[in-house]
Structures are given as C-alpha cells and as structure tokens.
Design a protein around this ligand. Structure first.
Ligand SMILES: Cc1cc2nc3c(=O)[nH]c(=O)nc-3n(C[C@H](O)[C@H](O)[C@H](O)COP(=O)(O)OP(=O)(O)OC[C@H]3O[C@@H](n4cnc5c(N)ncnc54)[C@H](O)[C@@H]3O)c2cc1C
Length: 391
C-alpha cells in the first residue's frame, strides 16, 4: 500500500513537468544512491563522484541560471520541492544536506558576487567539480548571528582573516567557503561576506561527530592569518547581513518541505510494518488504536504539506511573509518529530536497530528543529512581525 504514491497528482500545484522531474530523480536515487547510502552513513561523508553524477543528471543545477551551468528556464520552486522529495526516499537527511549544500553556499555569490566570481565558482560548483559551504555559525554565535567575531582586516589588496566557525555542513570536503566575517564595528552593520578558498594557508578543519546526518560531513573551521584577495568580497563591505538574511526564507521553506518528505517516508515504513506484523492474532493494522494513530499522522502531514505548497506559491510570487516561513518551519519540524516518534512506536523494537529508515529519521529530528533557525528563534521572529517589537 503506497500511501503517498499519487499525492501530487491530486494537487493543483503540480503538473506533468513536475512528475517528469520526479521520475528522473527517482531513477537516479535508485541506481546511484539507494545501494550505497548505508555505507556512506558509516563512512561519514559522500563521495565527490556523487556530486559529478548528480550534476550530470541535472540535479545540482535545477533552478540555477543556465549561464553558470544550471537549468532554470521552465522550472519553478515546485520542481525543486519535487526533487528534494525524491532525494528523501532513502530516509537519510544528511544526503540532501551535504549533496545540496550549494543551495545555501551559492545564492549569496549569485546575488551579490562579481561576475568573475559567479563564473568561476558557480560553474565549478554546479558541475559537481567543487564543493561549497556556507559558514555563518561560530562557537560563540549561533542564533545571535550579529555577535559573530571572525575578523577580516583589510591590508592593502587583501583581507587577513582570523577566527573560527562551527557546525559547518560539507566543510571537511569543501573547496569554497562563503564566510560571514566582521569587517566593521559591532552588530549586523559590521558584517561582510567573503569567499575563502579552503586550500589557502591558515585554513584548518576538524571533523565533528553527530547524532544524525552521518553521511554529511560537518566541521569546525579555523582561520589563522588567512590572506584573501579583496576581490573575494561578496557584495559591499559591511553589507553582508542582508545577503545572509535573503537565504533564510528559501532555506526554511526547503527545510519544511524536507521534513514533510521525511515524515512521509517514516509513515510509509510504519504502515508497511503494521500490515505485516501480527500481534494478538491479527496484523497491527487490524487494531483500532494503531489505525487511529496512523490516520492521525496522515492528517498532520497533509495539513502541513498544504501550507508548504501555499507558501511555495507565495514564494514564487514574491509575496511570502517572513513570519509565514518561520512558523511553517516550526510546524514542519514538530510534525516530523511526532511522526518519527509514532512511526518508531509502531515498529517497536525494530525501530531501535541500526539500518531502519525510521531509526535514522528519528535521530535527525533535532537538527531540523535547531538548524536554519531554531523553533524559539523562529516563533519569536514571527511574534515580533505579527504583534510588533519589544514592549
Ligand atoms: C548538523 C548541523 C549542521 C549545521 N550546518 C551549518 C552550516 O552549514 N552553516 C552554518 O553557518 N551553521 C550551521 N549549523 C548551525 C546552526 O545554524 C546553529 O546550530 C543554529 O543556528 C543554532 O545556534 P546554536 O547551536 O549556537 O544555538 P544557540 O544560539 O546557542 O541556542 C541554544 C538554544 O537556546 C535557544 N535560544 C537562543 N536564544 C534564545 C532566545 N533569545 N530566546 C529563547 N531561546 C533562545 C535556541 O533556540 C536553542 O534552542 C548547523 C548545525 C547543525 C547541528
């Protein structure tokens, strides 16, 4: 019983072009990802070759300008959602986080970088030859981005960078780093974005072991007197904060949709199990309380997905409100949290064994609720937008 097999066909937001993307990505996942994902989870990172293959299959470039090797003509935000839905099928959030890190690392360069920088970096990244990370968080500055301390001092034709970054996705393998640095005074008005090539002298990295997202390499980065040419500045000096902010809404929408895709995977696993596992003389699904539990999860997923699709439409039309992105992401992470919990409950002891998708998804709930804006920060942001600032 494929619970969500045809859900897009019944939605006004999706048409045959979206199904074509789905089929193509599904084939890629079945041949190039599903057979290897458990090994990559054990190894702690994705092979570089996967980036090249994903580029060749049109996955890395979807939604990016043709001029840099992307494919945007005739595609909209819903094609990107369909793609991430299919990439979620193996039930490994680290795959999407790490294979698609350019989704957060590249946009500031495309929006604010020089043409020479766009040509060099975007072309290499979208072809899968190079990997890019976005480096905002520091050991002393997470939610409170405006407190970041990594300093870039202008010395003639160079900046000299000193400081450190924390929790950076794909940063063990990254070739390019989009780094938020302090070039001016305190607060958000003193922050710039700088492109740092990861092989520059003075850049070092340490791998971080995590609860989930095992196939996604995460690193702490250290910058010690790293010399970076001044032309690596992305946008105006001290004007980096808007570049960071402009990423947030699409990242939150993408994460919300990703949570729904993972919720569907977990629920499908639970339904499959409930159909074949027998207790007290009948399949689990024959017990009324289990049927109610599963139907309740469908209810939560369908309601949240409806909001994801509505906000995606508003995003496409440029009328999405920051409060909506913030609240939707919280709605989605809480839905995933509940679905993962209840799906694991239906699987019983089997959910606790390594190798089950539900076990993996359960371990990945927290990173969704914390990264890309934690639940508290997002609800506060929404509250301030809805009800006004501090009183
Ligand atoms: C696996 C992983 C991958 C990541 N990848 C990246 C990446 O690629 N690039 C990057 O830059 N960052 C990345 N991050 C960092 C992520 O964005 C931060 O963890 C997040 O912004 C929260 O910051 P923090 O962990 O420092 O928590 P803190 O800001 O220290 O907050 C701790 C807790 O306190 C709460 N809190 C904080 N302030 C308030 C307040 N005013 N009122 C109420 N509650 C509050 C928060 O909600 C949170 O629950 C990643 C994190 C993880 C775990």
């Amino acid at each position: 019983m494929r619970l969500f097999e045809k859900w897009r066909a019944k939605s006004p937001y999706y048409d045959a072009s979206h199904e074509a993307v789905a089929q193509s990505v599904r084939r890629f996942v079945e041949t190039e990802i599903a057979p290897h994902i458990d090994r990559w989870e054990r190894e702690g990172e994705l092979p570089r070759e996967l980036h090249r293959k994903a580029a060749a299959a049109g996955i890395l470039g979807l939604g990016y300008p043709e001029a840099y090797g992307g494919c945007s003509e005739g595609f909209d935000i819903f094609h990107s959602l369909v793609q991430s839905e299919e990439l979620a099928a193996p039930g490994a959030g680290g795959l999407i986080a790490s294979l698609m890190t350019h989704g957060i690392g590249l946009p500031p360069i495309l929006a604010m970088g020089s043409e020479a920088m766009r040509e060099r970096v975007a072309c290499e990244v979208l072809s899968g030859e190079k990997i890019i990370s976005l480096c905002i968080t520091e050991p002393g500055a997470g939610s409170d981005v405006a407190q970041l301390k990594t300093r870039a001092e202008r010395k003639g034709a160079h900046y000299r960078v000193n400081g450190s970054k924390m929790f950076i996705t794909s940063a063990m393998r990254a070739d390019y780093l989009t780094v938020a640095v302090r070039t001016g005074g305190p607060g958000m008005g003193g922050i710039s974005l700088l492109l740092v090539e990861a092989d520059r002298p003075g850049v070092s990295r340490t791998r971080l072991e995590k609860m989930g997202w095992h196939c996604s390499d995460t690193a702490a980065l250290y910058f010690e007197d790293v010399e970076v040419p001044a032309e690596n500045l992305i946008g105006p000096e001290n004007g980096g904060f808007p570049g960071i902010m402009r990423n947030f809404n699409s990242e939150r929408l993408g994460m919300a949709h990703g949570c729904m895709a993972m919720s569907r995977v977990a629920l499908q696993e639970a339904v499959d199990w409930a159909l074949q596992r027998e207790t007290f003389g009948k399949p689990l699904i024959g017990h009324q309380s289990i049927r109610i539990k599963l139907a309740d999860l469908v209810r939560q997923i369908e309601a949240t997905q409806a909001w994801v699709d509505l906000l995606a439409l508003q995003h496409r039309e440029g009328i999405g409100e920051p409060a909506s992105y913030a609240m939707l992401k919280v709605q989605a992470t809480r839905t995933l949290e509940n679905v993962a919990r209840e799906a694991a409950q239906v699987l019983g002891g089997a959910s606790y064994l390594r190798g089950s998708k539900v076990e993996r998804i359960y371990r990945e709930v927290r990173v969704n609720a914390i990264g890309g804006g934690s639940e508290e920060i997002l609800l506060d942001l929404a509250g301030r937008q809805l009800f006004g600032g501090r009183r």
